[in-house]
Design a protein around this ligand. Structure first.
Ligand code: TXA
Ligand code: MG
Length: 310
């Protein structure tokens, strides 16, 4: 991993020319472009083959840069102080005079915003005078990218540059909370919602399977390895890749560990690489051992469930 300023300079050069580039975050890699420029934002949608009505998350360096575009409120300030930068995305009201491209939001009046923690991305944002729209760096509905080489696998030479920041520390996307009206969780993710509840002091609405589909990340077919997947399996069939989380005495080649010690943070970190690996090895079926619904286990199960709808 190269971490010097010259790579950040390169990233800046491409972004200033309105190209899309790959960027590392602590959750998953993003496909980033200037959120103020229509033509730059449109490139993101084309590259990802993303439906135009699925809005993007915009990444800011800090609260001062955010306030040019969004209205903030007390719940936001409490959560921002505690958890940002980090794996949480806030949905806020857009200001009338915000410069955000209408393509980012599909003309909606709300904006999803995040303050990433990865030191390279944070450093890059600090040097730009515009925020970056960045969805996960994968083709729409497919498995997200957690390494620079995954981003290359998704987009090949269609993107100019990837800022290589090593393997993502958390490995699954941010938790999304809508802070317009009563706080509501729209997507489970890298920040355990019990911590959010503790900070706000009340129980949150959870609408991750809402029929209204405010966040299309809530949609059923998503995060898909392109291979059918079964969950809560004790005994796999012979032709299945078996994803497990507890140490076994086995030399079987079709067993894939997310963690050997039932460590759910480690399991989250390895989830997408494991799915990618299984797919690349040519397996046609996947079975997954039962994973407890505690902490990040809940977000892992959410992703597996959506992946299983293939
Ligand atoms: O960890 C993450 O959040 C990563 C990294 C790159 O920051 N980004 C990410 O972006 O996961 P994406 O586009 O793959 O998922 C963003 C989700 C989508 O499901 C989208 O529908 C939802 O956020 N979203 C975006 N803007 C929204 C808004 N204004 N209201 C509700 N949901 C929104
Ligand atoms: Mg995504």
């Amino acid at each position: 991993m190269k971490t010097n300023q010259s790579n950040i300079k390169k990233a800046k050069k491409y972004l200033n020319k309105n190209y899309c580039i790959g960027v590392p975050t602590e959750t998953v890699y993003g496909l980033a472009a200037n959120a103020y420029i229509d033509s730059a934002v449109k490139k993101i949608f084309n590259l990802k083959k993303r439906p135009k009505n699925n809005p993007l998350i915009v990444h800011y360096h800090d609260i001062d840069s955010l306030e040019r575009d969004c209205l903030i409120n007390d719940n936001f300030i409490k959560l921002y102080k505690k958890f940002s930068p980090g794996p949480i995305t806030y949905v806020l009201k857009l200001k009338k005079d915000s410069k955000i491209s209408k393509y980012v939001t599909n003309n909606q009046k709300s904006l999803a915003v995040r303050f990433p923690k990865h030191f390279l991305f944070k450093n890059l944002l600090k040097q730009l005078d515009y925020p970056l729209a960045a969805p996960s760096a994968n083709i729409s509905t497919k498995v997200s990218a957690v390494k620079a080489k995954d981003v290359r696998e998704e987009f090949g030479n269609k993107i100019r540059y990837i800022l290589d920041g090593g393997t993502c520390a958390i490995g699954i996307e941010s938790t999304i909370i809508n802070l317009i009206g009563k706080p509501t969780i729209l997507r489970l993710g890298g920040l355990d919602i019990s911590k959010i509840q503790k900070t706000l002091g009340f129980k949150l609405n959870i609408a991750v399977n809402s029929k209204k589909k405010i966040a299309p990340g809530q949609s059923r077919l998503h995060y898909s390895p392109g291979v059918p997947l079964r969950m809560n399996i004790a005994k796999p069939k012979n032709n299945e890749a078996f994803i497990i989380i507890k140490k076994r005495k086995t030399k079987l080649k079709n067993y894939f560990y997310l963690t050997t010690t039932n460590n759910l943070n480690e399991a989250a970190k390895n989830l997408y690489s494991c799915l990618r690996k299984i797919k690349n090895k040519g397996y046609r079926f996947i079975a997954v051992e039962k994973i407890s619904n505690k902490g990040l286990g809940r977000a892992i199960n959410d992703r597996l469930q959506r992946a299983s709808k293939y």
